[in-house]
Design a protein around this ligand. Structure first.
Ligand SMILES: Nc1ncnc2c1ncn2[C@@H]1O[C@H](COP(=O)(O)OP(=O)(O)OP(=O)(O)O)[C@@H](O)[C@H]1O
Ligand SMILES: [Mg+2]
Length: 248
């Protein structure tokens, strides 16, 4: 199968600090990949490069086989708008726009006619059919996150990039958002590149990588210790209470 996204030897530095030191990754249509790693290790930086929001200092990004370095800024922005859906680490919903208007933004940016029906359908799919006309500051954190997911899907992207999509959510909402994400990934037949600290979310991806010293390395989870000796550690049965002497 053809690769949807290829990252070859990606380097990125800010001033004298080198963040990405030769990242390689391929992602096929329909495949979900998780990236984990410590804070500051470069996960968001990599996602921005993969989602064509940032340009690497060295290395190649190929989207559908096309080397994006060969494109003008406008052409790259157009390709990003058409192919990629981005869920930012901090939502980035526009404050003065309602949920419905925020979701429609990628279509408007792409020059399409307003498509209320699709935006509404997506908001209903993320359980926000009753919050269409709310402004971001009238929504809870989990609701804002779900609006951001709906917005990322507006243009039916082939590639969903999500930066901590369950960050800042309580465990129950995180689980609901994870279920929703994987349902939508399957329904819309997207590839997904997900940055996460959430083990449950990572476990549902086909591949998990960790960002280590500026490179991606396959993640090997630490196996839980087998409870072999558990039966030997059983507590001694509680002693029977001493019988009171008759007549006491
Ligand atoms: N535009 C920038 N200018 C200067 N330094 C930057 C810039 N963007 C990122 N950095 C630095 O690059 C490093 C990696 O940042 P990045 O946001 O990619 O980390 P992260 O792995 O996503 O962390 P977190 O888990 O906290 O979100 C950080 O030390 C950050 O300060
Ligand atoms: Mg980050």
């Amino acid at each position: 199968m053809a690769n949807l996204l290829e990252l070859h030897n990606i380097h990125r530095h800010f001033g004298s600090t080198v963040i990405l030191k030769g990242v390689n990754l391929t992602l096929q249509a329909g495949e979900a990949v998780a990236i984990i790693g410590p804070s500051g290790s470069g996960k968001s930086t990599l996602l921005q490069v993969a989602g064509l929001l940032d340009v690497p200092d060295a290395g190649q990004v190929l989207l559908n086989g096309q080397n994006v370095a060969a494109l003008t800024d406008d052409a790259r922005a157009g390709l990003r708008n058409k192919t990629c859906g981005f869920v930012y680490q901090f939502h980035h919903l526009l404050r003065e726009f309602t949920a419905l208007e925020n979701v429609q933004l990628p279509a408007a940016i792409g020059g399409s006619k307003p498509n209320h029906a699709r935006a509404q359908q997506l908001l209903e799919a993320v359980g926000l059919g009753h919050r269409l006309h709310h402004l971001p500051n009238q929504l809870s954190g989990g609701e804002q996150q779900r609006v951001a997911i709906a917005r990322a899907l507006m243009n039916q992207p082939q590639l969903l990039l999500a930066d901590e999509p369950t960050g800042n959510l309580d465990p129950a909402t995180a689980e609901a958002v994870t279920d929703l994400l994987f349902t939508l990934i399957a329904q819309e037949r997207m590839a997904a590149l997900l940055v996460t600290h959430n083990q449950q979310l990572a476990a549902r991806c086909q591949h998990v990588f960790t960002m280590q010293e500026g490179c991606l390395v396959p993640y090997k989870p630490v196996r839980p210790v087998k409870p072999t000796a558990a039966k030997n550690l059983r507590k001694a049965p509680p002693k029977k209470p001493a019988r009171k002497p008759a007549g006491a």
